[in-house]
Design a protein around this ligand. Structure first.
Ligand SMILES: Nc1ncnc2c1ncn2[C@@H]1O[C@H](COP(=O)(O)OP(=O)(O)O)[C@@H](O)[C@H]1O
Ligand SMILES: CC(C)(COP(=O)(O)O)[C@@H](O)C(=O)NCCC(=O)O
Length: 305
């Protein structure tokens, strides 16, 4: 298990690079925090500086290879994005990590355009999931329009301008009708989603075929369940006064009932999905960030070959 990865403690990882001071303050971090995050500048110093230095190395290597290929083919160097995929369970902290990485990359490389997105938007709308009887399997591979995701990624990595994608709202628990995100020739694109490292149905391209670098966020199941329940409660409280919201009825009924539904959803849907379809993709990632209590990253695994 994990023999092809080098394991680092937090300290050993931090010691790999001299500190360059990313000049990120707690106020900056406040901007990328979602509900209840406790991001700390210590994470920036101890985890992300080394990660950025390593990404820089990989990015430069890709640019160099592309320049050589373009010269060989006697073509201009195309402007293609460097794509970073982030995977892991529902509620493990993918979007928080993606937002922080985007902030840091923008700080570190102000001349580069860094965009961020999630694959949640490629899940079928609830009405379509109902029609296909897939509501209990929301988040499972068959609940995503994978063809649309692949077409989207093909357009993005071939350097097409203004590629649009659908948006999902966790608060609505559905696709947002008529709203789209735009990817417009970024230098770096961060894509987070539970399915980003998933294996293909026979012979088709997989999402990760389009990635230059991939990260899997890992933690014990019990902890992720706790984070899921906490997030559920927070969203519910936020939507207590919004009758049009998915969480409204739950928020205004008995709390035990709401938490029981959350617990059932975790046990029957998200945990099953994690075990069957997400965790098995862990060892396809270039880097694994392992988290413990309080979202603290205690171990880092870098694939060495
Ligand atoms: N570094 C962190 N520190 C504290 N809380 C975090 C951290 N990362 C994520 N969380 C919390 O854990 C929950 C899940 O995180 P989120 O980024 O929404 O996960 P995902 O995108 O994987 O579903 C959220 O409530 C979020 O506030
Ligand atoms: C769309 C999702 C699969 C994506 O999850 P995320 O990692 O963004 O939290 C998830 O939010 C979801 O809807 N899961 C289905 C069961 C539930 O409502 O938790």
């Amino acid at each position: 298990m994990m023999r092809n990865y080098s394991e680092f403690s937090r300290q050993a990882w931090a010691d790999l690079t001299p500190k360059v001071k990313l000049a990120v303050s707690n106020e900056d971090l406040a901007k990328v925090k979602s509900l209840g995050d406790e991001l700390d500048v210590k994470d920036v110093d101890e985890i992300y500086e080394t990660l950025l230095t390593y990404l820089n190395l990989a990015y430069e290597q890709k640019r160099e290879t592309m320049a050589k290929k373009a010269a060989f083919l006697k073509r201009d160097l195309p402007k293609l994005p460097y794509v970073i995929g982030i995977s892991g369970s529902v509620a493990v902290g993918k979007s928080t990590t993606a937002r922080l990485l985007q902030l840091l990359l923008t700080r570190y490389y102000p001349a580069l355009k860094t965009q961020m997105m999630t694959t949640d938007g490629f899940i079928y709308p609830n009405a379509e999931l109902e029609r296909r009887k897939l509501m209990p399997r929301k988040g499972f591979p068959e609940s995503y329009n994978m063809q649309m995701l692949r077409d989207f990624l093909r357009d993005v990595v071939s350097g097409k301008k203004d590629v649009v994608y659908p948006l999902y709202s966790q608060e609505l628990s559905d696709i947002v009708p008529g709203q789209y995100g735009h990817v417009n020739q970024p230098d770096i694109l961060i894509i987070e989603g539970i399915n980003t490292l998933q294996l293909p149905e026979s012979g088709q391209l997989v999402t990760s075929d389009f990635f230059d670098f991939s990260i899997y966020i890992d933690a014990d199941e019990d902890l992720i369940e706790k984070w899921y329940m906490q997030r559920f409660k927070k969203i519910m409280k936020m939507k207590k006064d919004d009758p049009s919201n998915f969480y409204y009825d739950l928020a205004n009924g008995p709390e035990e009932e709401a938490m029981q539904l959350a617990e059932e959803t975790w046990q029957m849907v998200n945990l099953v999905n994690l075990r069957q379809y997400i965790a098995p993709t862990k060892e396809r990632a270039n880097l694994i960030l392992h988290k413990v209590e309080g979202h603290l990253i205690d171990k880092i695994y870098l694939r060495s070959f």
